[in-house]
Design a protein around this ligand. Structure first.
Ligand code: GUN
Length: 295
């Protein structure tokens, strides 16, 4: 029997309706309109399309959004100055600096400059530290989106063997951390695999829930997963172009190969991606409410 398809698009739509209802309420009762600033440095096509999607979703929901687009030659000092302007702008409640940044810019320094109260990506060390300790904070969007997907699909994580492939600061490390926490949606036994893991298949084959965020197109095949496993594919790899020039996307999991082996799977596109954007909207709403003393 083929795997159940976990539609991130459908789940994200439901959550966006919840967000829209709250946005209407805070506007009506408090005159509050959340504001999001997105900062994109350079012309990376993938980053351009992610930032455009974030701004479009914000606009559709009625979140005020400002896209700041800067050339790849922007200096670190100039970027820090712009972040500081956003920190001081009371119409902006959330700041997102799209990663990766050009190599001449120190990413850690820029992320550290963002006001932790406006850090809707959850990348500032204050928020990353609070997350690790299980304290209230902005949770990073992709890991939080994965937890929401699992919860809203009714997939039990308590006691589950969760294997994460990839150890990035954006996905692998935080999702592993969240899934092992003593809370709803956590309580899993977590293994993290990476480029130096010996015999990766020995680990992935044990997974009840396999989360793949390695950035390598179609790297996970049917023989690397357990029958009935839940597969969360975070990969978005551009593997070619259609005749009309549109990018052809593939996940880190070979979808067609694993379809009859997996129990459930997120598609690419339409799986984790829409959840990431939706969690960003929810964090922006949370930031605005916190700034207004409503939380
Ligand atoms: N690059 C890839 N994913 C993300 C994300 O969630 N936030 C930011 N700021 N950059 C990214």
């Amino acid at each position: 029997m083929p795997a159940t398809i976990i539609s991130g698009s459908a789940i994200a739509r439901t959550i966006r309706q919840e967000i829209a209802a709250e946005l209407t309420a805070i506007k009506e009762h408090h005159g509050l309109i959340p504001g999001l600033a997105t900062i994109l440095v350079g012309e990376d096509p993938a980053s351009q399309s992610y930032v455009a999607a974030k701004n479009k979703t914000a606009h559709t929901l009625g979140i005020h959004s400002e896209q700041i687009t800067l050339p790849a030659t922007t200096s670190e000092e100039e970027l820090l100055r712009i972040v500081e302007q956003c920190n001081r702008n009371s119409a902006i409640h959330g700041i997102l600096v799209q990663l990766p940044l050009p190599r001449h810019i120190d990413e850690a320094r820029v992320l550290f400059a963002i006001d932790p109260a406006k850090d809707v990506d959850g990348f500032h060390p204050v928020n990353a530290g609070k997350m690790m300790l299980g304290q209230h904070c902005f949770l990073p969007c992709t890991p939080n989106g994965i937890l929401e997907l699992l919860q809203r699909t009714g997939i039990e994580t308590a006691g589950a063997e969760v294997v994460v492939v990839g150890r990035s600061n954006i996905v692998g490390k935080p999702v592993a951390n969240l899934m092992l926490q003593k809370r709803l949606g956590g309580n899993a036994t977590v293994t993290v695999c990476h480029t130096r893991t010996r015999d990766m298949a020995a680990h992935t084959r044990r997974a009840d829930i396999l989360i793949v965020a390695a950035g390598v197109a179609k790297m996970i095949k049917a023989e690397q997963i357990k029958a009935g496993a839940v597969i969360i594919d975070v990969g978005v790899n551009r593997i070619g172009r259609t005749a009309t020039g549109k990018a052809i996307l593939a996940g880190d999991v070979d979808y067609d190969d694993v379809l009859n082996q997996a129990g459930a799977i997120t598609p690419v596109p339409g799986g984790v991606g829409p959840m990431t954007i939706t969690m960003l909207m929810r964090n922006t709403l949370q930031a605005a409410k916190q700034a207004a003393g409503l939380l």
